[in-house]
Design a protein around this ligand. Sequence first.
Ligand code: NAP
Length: 239
Amino acid sequence: MRLKNKVVLVTGAASGIGYAVTELFAKEGATVFASDIADPVTAYCEGVEALKLDVTSEEDWSSAVAAIIDKQGRLDVLINNAGIIAYEGLDELEMKEWLQMIAVDQTGVFLGMREAVRVMRRQGAGSIVNISSIWGSAAVAGAHAYHAVKGAVRNMSKNAAMTYATQGIRVNSVHPGFIDTPLTQAQAADLNDQVIDSTPMKRAGKPIEIAYGCLYLASDESSYVTGAELVIDGGYLAQ
Ligand code: NAP
């Protein structure tokens, strides 16, 4: 029960890492609001309430957080997890794809942090976890927009950590390596093989292995941790 009495909002919770975070957090005693862009999923364990939240929408954010405050009176943890990927290199990237990536993976994190911080400042406490990527601090060829947004999320997290460090709000980023989720399952097999082969542990990570990192950062066990980057990548970035 490492999250007993915590009220948590998870974005992109219908799939992959967000689903694993939702299930683990509920088992650890949290009341979890599991949100996603699609119609709310109902196949969660006990302690989970599904919400529809498109992270690119200011209105969705304010009504989702208002609904949580209405029901629970507080918001202790925000897991900014929703994300998309695009593979185009710089010279082939269309404006539409660039703007879409910024909207979901970067503006979504901005809007979520802003909404959460407004509540957490009044509470004098809160933990925000933003899901970046190994591609937020290292690079491979292609996927220009994805590298841009994940790098931005890394530094937005540090800035928010500095801004609210004395107000009881902690902000950290998590940097997964290659994780087996619907997002990577939809990628070309040779691309996946390449990344796994470049990973020292020579295997894909599991969503639950990211969820356990989020659990530490969400819980009071990490009470002195803010502005940190938690890398969970089978050793990729250590090379
Ligand atoms: P996933 O299985 O595709 O899950 C992402 C979820 O986010 C999906 O349910 C997706 O819905 C949802 N989503 C997309 N656009 C949204 C929006 N505008 N508002 C709300 N939800 C939205 O992906 P994942 O692998 O679990 O990725 C989760 C996070 O980890 C992402 O930020 C990703 O960049 C990051 N990450 C993943 C890996 C990896 O190897 N898997 C590595 C590093 C970082 P739809 O399916 O309907 O689009």
